[in-house]
Design a protein around this ligand. Structure first.
Ligand code: GLY
Length: 360
């Protein structure tokens, strides 16, 4: 069978290298990728109905995934592992995740832990998961104390970003994905907004693949992928996830620009560019009216990037984005206080949604 025309990006990690296929209909590649693992059995954990994926060609257990931050916890991982064990899955078999970022993160962690590591293939179905979450091997779940605080690096065998899945995305979910695209502007992939959607995904994946292949385990360079995420994760947690990840990262990106400006790292025009790029995607730029600054500072201190108990941000500067430790709390609080506030308690989309980009 001929392959659907599509983009392919390789994540170069030596003997753990893997392809990311991006385009309409690429889910058709799944049986071939499963066969390449040598698996005799598969567990598919899917937020889409069984008919959404082709038959895998091996004995398959189908489990329903529940997308959503409320389902991204250690109990969900334990439940999956128990189902894998009852099915008789071994580490020579394969797990397939199909859903949004919360599904690929949770199922990815279950695969990482089950039998100390079982192959996994991701089929992200949300824009956010296709441009970022499913690529690069970070898996994880939340604790009440903060976002993604428990996890593992576990690279998938392949990722299939089937853009046909995006056709039915609700508008807010699509804009949510734009949050990670907007932050690409400041970390090495400017100008994505003008491209057709499939190319936006491919460029974002290529940027991420190039970063991950040089710094798989967040020793330095990979921190740039968390541009806008220090405040972003805190906002998600402080709003009890009413604010979506991409929306929160968007506000965090605007804040990172303001903070970099206040620290004299970038000129005023570059600060404004942060606001304008985020806003051009129809993403929120204002802090939610109801968030408490003490809570935000508390969550930001628990950020995984933080060294010790200081405040750490990825900030733009004369040499590009980099991790900046020891940012004074007084300055962070002053910039939070100076941020414009949304009238909505948890700041849903504030700017009008742009016309959707053509699919190709
Ligand atoms: N989403 C940030 C990373 O994968 O490192």
């Amino acid at each position: 069978m001929s392959e659907p025309a599509h983009h392919r990006v390789d994540v170069a990690l030596g003997d753990r290298a893997y392809p990311v296929h991006i385009g309409p209909g690429v889910r058709a590649l799944l049986p071939r990728l499963v066969a390449a693992t040598g698996a005799r059995r598969a567990v598919v954990v899917s937020a889409r109905p069984e008919g959404a994926l082709p038959p895998l060609g091996v004995e398959t257990l189908w489990l329903a995934a529940r997308d959503g931050e409320e389902n991204k916890h250690l109990g969900a991982v334990a439940g999956l592992c128990e189902r894998f064990a009852r099915f008789g899955l071994t580490r020579s078999d394969v797990v397939v995740s199909c859903g949004g970022g919360t599904t690929t993160d949770t199922v990815g962690l279950a695969a990482a832990l089950y039998h100390r590591g079982t192959p996994v293939i991701h089929l992200p179905t949300s824009l956010l998961a296709q441009v970022d979450a499913s690529i690069g091997g970070k898996t994880g779940v939340n604790l009440p104390e903060g976002k993604n605080l428990v996890g593992a690096y576990w690279q998938p065998r392949a990722v299939l970003c089937d853009t046909d899945f995006l056709a039915t995305l609700p508008a807010r979910e699509r804009v949510n994905g734009y949050g990670e695209l907007a932050r690409c502007h400041f970390i090495g992939a400017p100008g994505l907004a003008a491209l057709p959607l499939e190319q936006q995904i491919a460029r974002s994946v290529a940027l991420k693949a190039s970063v991950v292949s040089r710094d798989e385990r967040d020793q330095g360079l990979r921190h740039i992928l968390n541009y806008g995420h220090t405040l972003g994760h805190a906002l998600e947690r402080a709003t009890d996830y009413a604010l979506r990840h991409g929306e929160a990262v968007a506000i965090g990106t605007v804040f990172a620009g303001r903070l970099a400006g206040a620290l004299g790292r970038i000129p005023a025009a570059r600060v404004v560019e942060h606001h304008d790029v985020v806003s051009s995607y129809g993403l929120p730029t204002r802090l939610p009216a109801a968030v408490d600054h003490d809570a935000l500072v508390g969550y930001m201190r628990r950020d995984k990037k933080a060294e010790g108990h200081d405040l750490t941000f990825v900030l733009d500067g004369p040499d590009g984005p980099e991790l900046v430790t020891g940012v004074p709390e007084a300055l962070v609080r002053a910039e939070l206080a100076a941020m414009p506030r949304s009238t909505a308690p948890t700041a849903p989309v504030t700017a009008p949604e742009p016309a959707p980009a053509p699919a190709r």
